[in-house]
Design a protein around this ligand. Sequence first.
Ligand SMILES: Cc1cc2nc3c(=O)[nH]c(=O)nc-3n(C[C@H](O)[C@H](O)[C@H](O)COP(=O)(O)O)c2cc1C
Length: 198
Amino acid sequence: MIKILGINGSPRANKSRTYFLMERALEVCRSLGAEVEVIHLSNFYIAHCGGSYSEDKDSCNIDSCIRINDNFKLILNKMLFADGIIFGTSVHWFGVSSLMKTLMDRLTSAENKEKLFDGKVAGFVAVAEEEGAMSAILQMVSAFNFMGFLIPPYAFVYSTGFYHDISKDIEAIEDARRMGRNIMLASKMIKNVNNWWD
Ligand SMILES: Cc1cc2nc3c(=O)[nH]c(=O)nc-3n(C[C@H](O)[C@H](O)[C@H](O)COP(=O)(O)O)c2cc1C
């Protein structure tokens, strides 16, 4: 069975516009047979990255990062069991939310030596009031592609200007549904591939 994880970086959790769009993709994944789980990052505590990589590249690794007394290990475990992950963020100052950024920074420990995300598929959602949704998406794309995630076509969903009622953004909802289909397709295609990238 394909497992899809939604990671919502909006501090407004299940009331957020980001989650509204993410859920449109996830309901398609469910209807195509996936087991789906959602993490609202605001329900967890993740400490800031201490930047050990910048002092000594070898010291940045999973063993030391999961020893920190917070919820990082729990979230990492869920990520490692997923075949596909949809990352969502509200746009905060033209980029990702601090919740999403903190997770991205800490995940350096999973990328630095072991390449733990090779073979996983990623899609992205960002919601802004006016400006910055694509910057936030590209910020996530840059990091998560560097971490080994495969990003299929039509995997970016963004909404701008539907402040009062996101359910009226028909185009973004359709994009989210299409992303759900593509995340499933890509996850199935690569599930049994054993030899990953260079
Ligand atoms: C701290 C903060 C910074 C924000 N910065 C931006 C911004 O740079 N550009 C923008 O268009 N909207 C900005 N907004 C508005 C949110 O992106 C907007 O309300 C969005 O719909 C929130 O999504 P959510 O409901 O998923 O949390 C900001 C909101 C907050 C709280």
